[in-house]
Design a protein around this ligand. Structure first.
Ligand code: ZN
Length: 342
């Protein structure tokens, strides 16, 4: 099969489109023909190389996959079935897994990250429990654009930050994968949503997705805008994934009893919290990583019913994965960048 791999860490130029052996599924695994694979920032981190993380080389990235079952050792999985893939892989036997918190499994891994080759390829293998069947009306590109970011935003808002109807929610970087997902999920659950972005065009699209108010983060101070929109109160929840560049503003934008939930640190991992404000305002600072298999199935029902819709920025052929990653690195996108593998 053809795949895009990197043999050493570096810029997008280290990605090579080349012929490689098909993956060989073990017992309990399924071989899937990849039809579309969406990009995530994780792909960039691992290609550049991470301190303290060893990635066996050469490596195939790609966590968000949709395609068709080729073969399976499980009797009830029919070849040709159209599927999208759960991006989280866990042991299935530990207390966390069996309590439905599989993203807390000590052996938790993400498809396409570290030891699991992913979807920048014509074939991928996954455990049978990672298959999610697709209804006829959902195309492969849409399906590939859904799992990781909607799962992440769902877990952040509903499970970690306990979103309630009527809550006021600030979503940073509306054009990012997590941003577009969080706006839709929060709006669908009855929140009043504020979204930030760096261009008027992106702000307009954020409104179309369900943001009630928008903030141009290059022209306006986020904290001042939030105070203005909320009569000085602040927001109940901040969806943070930007990191150092926005952290202190995110903390200051919180109302009393507010929850700041973070799933990423694209601009750097250092952030301070004023402890006096933390206790006096009864703030919560919450970490969030991926989400559970059950949560993805819950979110998928709303996707299949047309109530959540992943936004696709652009598609690229698999062979042009390096250009696709350059687009993601340039931050010009609104929504997901998808590799077309059919
Ligand atoms: Zn486990």
């Amino acid at each position: 099969m053809n795949a895009v791999r990197f043999h050493s860490h570096g810029g997008p130029e280290v990605l090579r489109y080349e012929e490689v052996a098909d993956p060989v599924p073990a017992s309990g695994e399924v071989l899937v023909r990849v039809r579309a694979c969406a990009l995530n920032h994780l792909d960039l981190w691992e290609r550049r190389g991470l301190p303290r993380v060893t990635i066996p080389l050469p490596h195939v990235s790609g966590s968000d996959v949709a395609g068709e079952v080729v073969s399976s050792s499980a009797a009830n999985v029919i070849p040709g079935t159209r599927v999208m893939l759960q991006p989280g892989i866990s042991c299935g036997r530990c207390a966390a897994c069996l309590s439905g918190r599989d993203n807390e499994c000590p052996q938790y891994e993400v498809l396409g990250y570290r030891t699991h080759d992913g979807g920048y390829a014509e074939r991928v293998k996954v455990p049978v429990e990672n298959l999610v069947s697709l209804p006829a009306g959902i195309d492969f590109r849409q399906a590939a654009a859904f799992p990781l970011t909607f799962l992440t935003a769902w877990h952040m808002l509903l499970t970690r930050a306990h979103l309630q109807r009527g809550d006021e929610v600030l979503v940073l970087a509306a054009g990012s994968g997590v941003g577009q997902a969080a706006i839709q999920i929060a709006a669908l659950h009855g929140a009043r949503v504020f979204a930030t972005a760096g261009s008027d065009q992106k702000l307009e699209r954020a409104r179309a997705l369900g943001a009630n108010e928008v903030i141009h983060h290059y022209k306006e101070d986020i904290v001042e805008a939030i105070k203005r929109f909320t009569d000085g109160r602040g927001v109940d929840i901040v969806i943070e994934h930007v990191g150092e560049a926005t952290w202190s503003k995110s903390v200051r934008a919180l109302a009393r009893g507010g929850r700041l939930v973070t799933c990423g640190a694209t601009t750097g991992g250092k952030g301070a919290v004023d402890l006096t404000a933390l206790f006096a305002k009864q703030l919560s600072v919450l970490g969030s990583y991926m989400g559970t298999k059950g949560e993805l199935l819950q979110a998928a029902r709303l996707f299949f019913a047309g109530q959540l819709q992943p936004v696709i920025d652009r598609t690229f052929p698999l062979a042009d994965a390096a250009d696709a990653q350059r687009r993601l690195e340039g931050s010009g996108q609104f929504g997901k960048i998808v590799l077309d593998v059919s």
